[in-house]
Write a protein of this length. Structure first.
Length: 191
């Protein structure tokens, strides 16, 4: 049995750009919210991973937990704190292979949510690592997983707690799929 082609039932595929245009304002806004957020988180994490790698220090004898300094021991592991203008603290942790430069894991604990990025397998198939975005909306924890297929221009999303991902805010995901066949399904495994 090929488990690589079995996607969870509540996994949804959304094109990065809508062929033929959008049908209504609600679905247009939901598309921008979901795709825009995923693209923004991906871009920020890619940039932050590169920044953290450049700040990696091999030997740390003793250090206080101060912002903007590598606080992890050893090469290939970076922990850093940052403060924004309002004084909120964000935390970042990166584990990577110093020889290949590939990330094994990345966590960004931000005031607006927590982003975790799975291992960068570095394949040439155009499939991104899996991203996990955890937020709190009105006292309710929400978790959304997403993954990009750059070759087909598709974003796969999974909300393990809901049949229809809560990030869609009630918009029917079929609005985007328009009966199109997904040739290269991406399976998201929750972590």
């Amino acid at each position: 049995m090929n488990f690589g082609n079995i996607a969870p039932l509540n996994q949804v595929y959304i094109p990065l750009s809508q062929r033929g245009g959008f049908k209504d304002l609600e679905s247009t806004m939901a598309h921008e919210r979901v795709v825009g957020l995923a693209q923004n988180l991906r871009s920020q994490s890619t940039e932050m991973i590169q920044d953290l790698m450049s700040e990696d220090v091999a030997d740390i004898s003793s250090t206080p937990s101060v912002p903007y300094k590598d606080l992890a021991d050893g090469k290939g592991h970076v922990i850093m704190l940052a403060k924004n203008e309002s004084g909120s603290t964000s935390g970042f942790e990166l584990k990577y292979n110093p020889e290949s430069g590939r990330a094994n894991s990345f966590v960004a604990d931000l005031p607006e949510g927590k982003l975790t990025v799975g291992a960068d397998l570095g394949g040439d198939d155009g499939i991104s690592p899996t991203y996990k975005w955890e937020t709190n909306h009105g006292g309710k924890a929400e978790t959304t997983y997403f993954k990009f297929d750059d070759k087909s221009g598709t974003l796969a999303i999974l909300d393990p707690n809901n049949q229809q991902p809560s990030i869609l805010a009630g918009v029917d995901p079929n609005t985007y799929q328009s009966g199109s066949l997904i040739a290269n399904s991406m399976t998201i495994f929750p972590f």
